[in-house]
Design a protein around this ligand. Structure first.
Ligand code: AOF
Ligand code: ZN
Length: 356
């Protein structure tokens, strides 16, 4: 039996719920009969609703003979928002469970598997484990470090520039690449950007949740596109001049989608550590940073993943703006090192994905 192929199908099913299940993991499930034929599929569709296994098992008809259940995450055995998956797996007479990875949620972690084995179900573990971990990298970081997962998206020329000296950047990459950005945004709970980007590019950044780092509350709260849709959290310097704060508070008084939050500063910059802690507390489990070199640079040491779209163009402008711009590195040994996780083409551009 090709369990790897079936696990790939579980991963594919799970991905249908991008943007819908946070803070829960993405989970897909396939059920086979005793001839190895797929008789049902399901996935965890929405936070608070049924888990993948239950969705797949509930679709079975009484004449079905379910035998093997394939799922990318260890079935849960706790009463959370829904009853334990292990109960319905046992009740439906499953004989074999093929599992991608153990759940790292401490209330489950191995206990689900134990419960299945105690019921006499054969368990096969760690099928396509690496891919299953990748699928749930956000959930894994949240559960193990209690921190928001941070991805940075940047669009550069071959020489790593995001704009010419005059700030012009539209459009470095082409339409296919920009469509991929729209798809990637759905994976993350919020987009994080800076006042510099809002002021220079006036982007809309379509997303239900946006975060703007605006130390001196300099963005245009009345007219900037970013404030015209979605919920926006704005972090400003808690020591801001009180007249400025009062005037902005008056402007946003009736704008229920804008929420101003004071933040700590650190050598004249908003302290990103405290911003990331605060958004985690507010249930934002992951962000995609779409900003200029300064914010990208400041957030680099908190960054788990970088998406670099690269256009086959050389700007060659020695004053052009870099995609990470935060220091004078003394030596090549000072470089922050990432690993290449993936390379894809979005003609005529490419996307390189890097990981810590
Ligand atoms: C599964 N299948 O499809 C998912 C699982 O309180 P709840 O119901 O939202 O449960 C959330 C926890 O259950 C979550 O932290 C994770 O450990 C597990 N998620 N388990 O067997 C699924 N989504
Ligand atoms: Zn469950």
């Amino acid at each position: 039996m090709d369990y790897e192929l079936l696990m790939k199908r579980c991963i594919e099913l799970a991905k249908n719920a991008y943007g819908c299940v946070s803070p829960n993991p993405l989970v897909g499930c396939v059920i086979l009969d005793d001839n190895g034929k797929i008789i049902s599929e399901g996935y965890h569709e929405k936070y608070g609703e049924f888990h993948a296994e239950r969705n797949a098992l509930l679709k079975l008809s009484p004449s079905d003979n379910p035998h093997t259940l394939v799922v990318n995450l260890e079935p849960c055995c706790h009463y959370g928002k829904t009853p334990p998956c292990t109960d319905i797996i046992i009740e439906k007479g499953i004989k074999k469970a093929v599992i991608g990875m153990r759940d790292i949620n401490p209330i489950i972690s191995g206990n689900g598997i134990k419960k299945l084995k105690e019921a006499g179900i054969e368990v096969i573990e760690n099928v396509l484990e690496k891919e299953c971990r990748e699928l749930n990298e956000i959930f894994i970081k949240n559960m193990s470090e209690h921190k928001t997962f941070v991805a940075v998206k940047t669009a550069t020329t071959i020489d790593g520039k995001i704009a010419a000296y005059n700030g012009s950047s539209k459009w470095i990459t082409s339409e296919l690449a920009r469509n991929e950005v729209k798809r990637l945004r759905k994976i993350y709970d919020a987009i994080l950007t800076s006042s510099a980007t809002v002021i220079a590019d006036n982007p809309t950044m379509e997303h239900n949740n946006k975060i703007v780092i605006d130390r001196n509350l300099q963005t245009d709260f009345e007219d900037a596109n970013i404030y015209k849709s979605g919920q926006v959290l704005v972090f400003y310097d808690k020591n801001i001049e009180s007249e400025r704060l009062k005037s902005v508070l008056r402007t946003v008084e009736n704008k229920t989608n804008i929420n101003l939050l004071p933040a700590e500063t650190n050598s004249d910059k908003i302290d990103l550590c405290s911003v990331l802690d605060e958004i985690y507390k507010r249930g934002i489990m992951s962000v995609i940073v779409e900003a200029g070199g300064r914010l990208n640079g400041s957030v680099l040491r908190h960054t788990d993943k970088i998406y670099q779209f690269m256009a086959p163009k050389v700007l060659g402008d020695n004053k052009g703006l870099s995609c990470f711009d935060f220091r004078t590195a003394e030596d090549i040994s000072d470089a922050e090192v990432f690993k290449i996780a993936d390379i894809q083409k979005f003609e005529p551009d490419i996307l390189i994905t890097y990981k810590k």
